[in-house]
Design a protein around this ligand. Structure first.
Ligand code: ADP
Ligand code: MG
Length: 203
């Protein structure tokens, strides 16, 4: 019998795949992701783009973020485990601890700039993925921060754009009732408009 893999075992396997990309191969894939992303109308027209500081082998988008710096917002984890967003600190190359930044409990840099806005006020949210499928199902690190923060968004709502390497795709991901699906996934091989996107637009 071919039992579907649990989220936990998929997470382990796909985090490993993401972390095992190094050097020139990783750089080239990250450059391609950023080139696809920068060409998207949803990104070009956005006034506020939520991005992320890379962690655990997530695609590093810092050059893209520097290019669009005035539009970039960064997540902060609230005590109730929801995410809010603050304007990005200055993304200087090589700075250990930029002004207006501090490290959260995972060691990820968070901005301390004001104002603080909710996800509903972003025009596009770039979400780092552990895994994904073409229906827009998303596997994250397992804390549910994005699911918690993106549930119940009303129109016009932000574009939800997953960011991953193509090796993180799976045929079908198990989804729980609280999982919020993605509109697009950008990888090093292209821009995927998910099945969820079609459902949202045309039904
Ligand atoms: P991830 O999305 O990071 O892959 P999961 O989808 O497995 O992780 O979610 C992890 C946990 O987050 C769940 O067990 C659930 O308890 C919690 N969670 C997710 N969404 C919500 C929500 N809307 N409200 C409260 N808890 C949530
Ligand atoms: Mg989830």
């Amino acid at each position: 019998m071919n039992l579907p893999l649990s989220k936990t075992s998929l997470r382990r396997q796909l985090r490993q795949a993401r972390k095992s990309l190094h050097g020139y191969q990783r750089d080239r894939k990250q450059q391609r992701i950023q080139r696809f992303l920068a060409a998207m109308p949803q990104i070009r027209t956005a006034r506020r783009i939520a991005a992320y500081m890379p962690f655990d082998g997530e695609p590093d988008l810092l050059p893209f973020m520097r290019r669009f710096e005035r539009k970039i917002w960064l997540p902060m984890i609230r005590p109730d485990l929801h995410l809010d967003f603050r304007p990005a600190f200055t993304l200087t190359p090589n700075a250990r601890l930029p002004i207006n930044a501090h490290r959260n409990r995972f060691g990820i840099l968070e901005s301390q700039r004001l104002p603080i806005l909710r996800s509903a006020h972003m025009d596009a949210i770039l979400i780092p993925l552990v895994g994904f499928d073409r229906s827009g199902n998303r596997l994250g690190m397992g804390a549910g921060f994005y699911d918690r923060s993106l549930t119940g968004l009303r129109r016009p709502r932000p574009w939800l754009i997953g960011i991953a390497f193509d090796c993180q795709e799976t045929g079908h991901l198990p989804a729980d009732p609280w999982d919020v699906p993605l509109d697009y996934i950008v990888t090093n091989t292209g821009i995927i408009k998910t099945n969820h996107y079609s459902i949202r637009k045309f039904v």
